[in-house]
Write a protein that binds this ligand. Structure first.
Ligand code: PMP
Length: 407
């Protein structure tokens, strides 16, 4: 059982008031808050052992290198991967771009197809659109149904065209849909199609085990999983990374250099040119420890109950329609919705005055909003430090907004 009162003590930001009201932070899908231990870990690096990694043999350099590589091990263990397969990037966006610009350029040819889904965040659309414009490949999107679930019959049809890649989200940041990855990966593997999964919205809520769900590439981002901004992860199978070209050249990624030639370092360092975000990596490692201490099973059970409760409460408000699957079981810890006659930005403004932070807009999923025929939606997204009482505060705020802005 999760003791939410105790958990909340770990997150200093939650203690503050916004516009004189206790902060209710429901924008966790945009970025999560950070526990004190993560903040302390970052500050300890700068205060106690700040040094560049891998190159120095002095005490601090060794300490910094050890902390950096230990954090890589923690991230690897978190998704049940090998340490050499963990590449640190700036964020999930950069991780996906790295695949598109390196692996994609070498493996996708003019006339080839790539399969994405209608659920994707811009981060998993634009890199492929850019590639398609560069090399002349085609993109197909797996359709979703009314509830925001993927049409697996359509997916199968698209897989029959022998695409070079299937790239899809684990949890939609708008519909909340959890995509049925075991089944999807099986279908793709039957056709020999590599799979990239964007687990930015899922890895800290549902976990990911790359030995169980045998995808080829996995992208996620530190700041949505209690870690700092500016640090993300690309995981890929060793055989793929061994044959993938680095995107950036410079220090760290080489073995031998002459005026005319260079040899590449081993993976993963081959893909980490220049001084990396050392503080970000050690902070992410500590965030992973924190998630493990609370326990992913406990997190999922708590967030599922909270999401279910929030959905029930939202649906009691006249004029609210929730996007995505009806069952909390089938969705991540978020609920995006529309409210008849009130623009999401106006709703978010009224809620902000009540201390409640929700997101309004297209949530970096413009094509999906076009498909749904709505310009924008409001989104409340949760973390295990949120409470049912906070949901009640939001609902009260929504009713207030209806009183002020409604017809
Ligand atoms: N994918 C999904 C599903 C997301 O929700 C987000 C962030 N909103 C991203 C990718 C991109 O994450 P980042 O901006 O950290 O690269």
């Amino acid at each position: 059982m999760l003791d939410v009162r105790e958990i909340r003590q770990d997150f200093p930001i939650l203690k503050q008031k916004i516009h004189g009201k206790p902060l209710v932070y429901f924008d966790n899908a945009a970025t999560s808050q950070k526990p004190q231990v993560v903040i302390d870990t970052i500050s300890e690096y700068y205060q106690v052992y700040n040094a560049n990694i891998h190159r120095g043999i002095h005490y601090l350099a060794e300490q910094a290198t050890e902390a950096y590589e230990n954090a890589r091990q923690k991230v690897a263990d978190f998704i049940n991967a090998d340490k050499s397969e963990i590449i640190f990037t700036r964020n999930a966006t950069e991780a996906i771009n790295l695949v598109a610009l390196s692996w994609g350029r070498d493996n996708i040819k003019p006339g080839d197809t790539i399969v994405l889904t209608e659920l994707e965040h811009h981060a998993n659309i634009i890199p492929w659109l850019m590639l398609s414009k560069e090399i002349g490949c085609q993109i197909n999107y797996v359709r979703i149904d009314e509830e925001g679930k993927l049409d697996l019959v359509h997916l199968n049809e698209l897989l029959k065209k022998n695409p070079k890649l299937l790239a899809l989200t684990h949890v939609s940041n708008v519909m909340g849909t959890i995509t049925p990855l075991p089944r999807i990966v099986q279908l793709a593997q039957e056709k020999g199609v590599p799979v990239l999964v964007d687990t930015a919205q899922a890895v800290s809520h549902l976990g990911f085990n790359v030995q169980k769900i045998k995808v080829d590439f996995l992208a996620f981002t530190g700041h949505k999983m209690l870690g700092p901004t500016g640090i993300g992860v690309l995981w890929a199978k060793k055989e793929i990374l061994e044959n993938m070209r680095p995107l950036l050249g410079g220090g760290e990624m080489i073995n031998e250099v002459s005026w005319d030639e260079y040899t590449l370092n081993k993976i993963p360092w081959r893909f980490e040119a220049g001084t990396p975000n050392i503080a970000g990596v050690v902070g992410l490692g500590r965030a992973v420890d924190y998630l493990n201490d609370v326990g992913l099973y406990t997190i999922r059970e708590y967030e599922k109950e909270l999401t279910d409760y929030a959905m029930q409460m939202l649906l009691e408000v006249e004029g609210i329609s929730i996007l995505g699957p009806k069952l909390a079981e089938e969705r991540g810890a978020l609920a995006a919705f529309t409210l008849d006659g009130i623009h999401p930005h106006d709703l978010a403004t009224v809620l902000d005055a009540e201390g409640v932070a929700i997101r309004s807009g297209h949530h970096c999923a413009m094509p999906l909003h076009q498909k749904l025929g709505i310009p924008a939606s409001a989104r409340a997204s949760f973390c295990f430090y949120n409470t049912k009482d906070e949901v009640s505060v939001m609902i009260k705020g929504i009713r207030k907004a209806i009183g002020i802005l409604g017809k």
